[in-house]
Design a binder for this molecule. Sequence first.
Ligand SMILES: Nc1nc2c(c(=O)[nH]1)N[C@H]1C(S)=C(S)[C@@H](COP(=O)(O)OP(=O)(O)OC[C@H]3O[C@@H](n4cnc5c(N)ncnc54)[C@H](O)[C@@H]3O)O[C@H]1N2
Ligand code: MOO
Length: 402
Amino acid sequence: MTDLQSIERALVALLKGVAPVASETMSCHQAAGRVLAEPVTARMDVPPFDSSAMDGYALHHGDAGKRLPIAQRITAGSPARPLKREHCARIFTGGELPPGADCVVMQEQVEVAGDTALIPKGIPIGNNVRCRGRDVWVGSPLLDAGTRLEAAALGHLASQGITEVAVRRRPRVALLSTGDELVEPGQPLAPGRIYNSNRPMLTRLLERFGADVTLALSVPDDFQGTCATLALAAQEVDVVISTGGVSVGEEDHVRTALETLGQLDLWRLAIRPGKPLALGRLPGANGSDVRFVGLPGNPVSGFVGAWLFLRPLMGAFLGCPALANLPTLAARTDFATRTGPRRHYMRVTLEFGPTGVVAHAFHDQNSGVLSSCIEADALAVIPPETRIEPGDPIECLWLRVD
Ligand SMILES: Nc1nc2c(c(=O)[nH]1)N[C@H]1C(S)=C(S)[C@@H](COP(=O)(O)OP(=O)(O)OC[C@H]3O[C@@H](n4cnc5c(N)ncnc54)[C@H](O)[C@@H]3O)O[C@H]1N2
Ligand code: MOO
């Protein structure tokens, strides 16, 4: 077991020299979920003018405590006229504060009689006013390069009137499925064969991590076929990912094919599940270096390996720091377990109780049992050679992120 590599070392080997992919300009609508390639600077103040935060009456604070004539009616979207002293304006939420007014009183506190309003005393300057530029100042940084364009960021761009942005193109991925036992869903299943569950699972995870699976190929369990498929895939994409065929059996050809065609950087990690994971490079089009990640075939090994390695790899290709590390969370176990020489990433659900976070482990942590990943909120990280009792503190990697 001494030849097993650490995950930290594997990540360094995987990410070394990975540069962000090229950028492309597209509409903000199309760019949802994509990663900004350039910083965006604010073109204007938001809000663009002082406005009312309430339905009520706008006035100069010095006129509070008096009955005032209602001089104008300002709805949201209509321009305001200057307001004279000793007058007030009927105003609605979002309406522009008229020049001359500096505060708003909500209508529940005002007594209206005909076209006059009795304003209570002691209304401070700025009361119920949303000041121009409170959210954003013109010329200030709006969004950093590397920001993922999710809901609030898209709203921020729209509030500036921005319609187009420069984003990273999605890294292209070839997803290869090795194993003569595999059958695609929809096809009949002969004895001894199983359906290919890794392909749709990893395709979806990769999409969530910002990638585009442009090539999905099945690889026969023979050395020549494995070499031919790997070589072909590397011409088309930024990353080649395979599942299965990386262990030590004589039907496992991925590692030797990688060594023959390109370079094996690292093989076999001190992690459970996912021990036989292989990392390396393949020669790509125009002499480029194409990253290769060989995930073990067991579905849970692929699931865990994708979160631990493919997500940071996409983060590097997209120049998106938020994809690099999974958020961690401190919890206490409600289970007992012990580890051997490998760090164990256990699938757990988390309960947020009054005394803290409790991690419940799925009852079957075998790497072939994909059900363990369905409800998993997190991966509980159990260090090697450790005995855990119920109530012990553990670190968890949060999976409910994009
Ligand atoms: N003598 C040893 N045998 C094994 C070792 C070892 O150290 N010595 N390691 C075990 C561990 S740990 C793992 S993990 C597996 C991984 O092996 P491979 O990466 O070579 O994967 P396969 O043998 O091809 O497949 C393993 C398992 O997963 C099923 N599989 C494969 N692809 C898919 C797919 N696309 N969809 C669904 N299921 C898939 C496959 O049928 C096997 O049952 O090796 C152990 N052996
Ligand atoms: O390292 Mo393997 O993924 O446990 O079955």
